[in-house]
Design a protein around this ligand. Structure first.
Ligand code: SME
Length: 151
């Protein structure tokens, strides 16, 4: 399935006010992990209240010990302070990286903004080396924009 087919499905999930935000986020994770072959772990992290840390939200994939990530730590923590997409073609080449599973080869993190504030991010791990393109970035920016409308 192409990204163009997935976009309306994301919009539909987000617009369903009958579901809790948690459930809608989980459905987005499931959709992406099911439909995009190299998305092996898909999850959301959100700022934990006023603390300088991220807290794990809904996800699909292997359970992770990293339910709290301080700002600045790992790929996720760096995006919390940089406000920029972070595409990692080879996680082993990163010094500031938090390994969740030894089978992960690549990662992409895209921030979510509400009223200009970075409230969290979508995080995707891949067992495929160097799989992410600009198309993934544009698609995930669309997903994050859609998700921001729930907040
Ligand atoms: N690899 C991430 C940690 C989160 S897991 O991928 C689920 C990082 O370096 O921030």
């Amino acid at each position: 399935m192409s990204y163009n087919d997935l976009r309306p499905k994301v919009t539909e999930i987000v617009a369903n006010d009958n579901e809790t935000i948690e459930n809608r986020l989980h459905k987005i994770c499931t959709l992406l992990a099911d439909r995009i072959a190299y998305y092996d772990w898909v999850g959301f992290y959100f700022r934990n209240g006023d603390k300088e840390e991220l807290k794990l939200g809904p996800y699909v994939g292997e359970p992770t010990d990293h339910t709290i990530i301080p700002f600045g730590k790992g790929i996720c923590g760096q995006v919390a302070v940089s406000n920029q997409n972070f595409v990692v073609p080879d996680v082993n080449a990163q010094d500031n990286y938090i390994a969740c599973s030894i089978s992960v080869k690549a990662e992409i993190v895209v921030p979510i903004f509400v009223d200009g504030n970075n409230i969290g991010q979508i995080d995707i791990d891949s067992k495929t080396a160097d799989p992410f393109t600009e198309e993934d970035e544009r698609f995930l920016e669309f997903v994050c924009e859609a998700v921001s409308k729930m907040f």
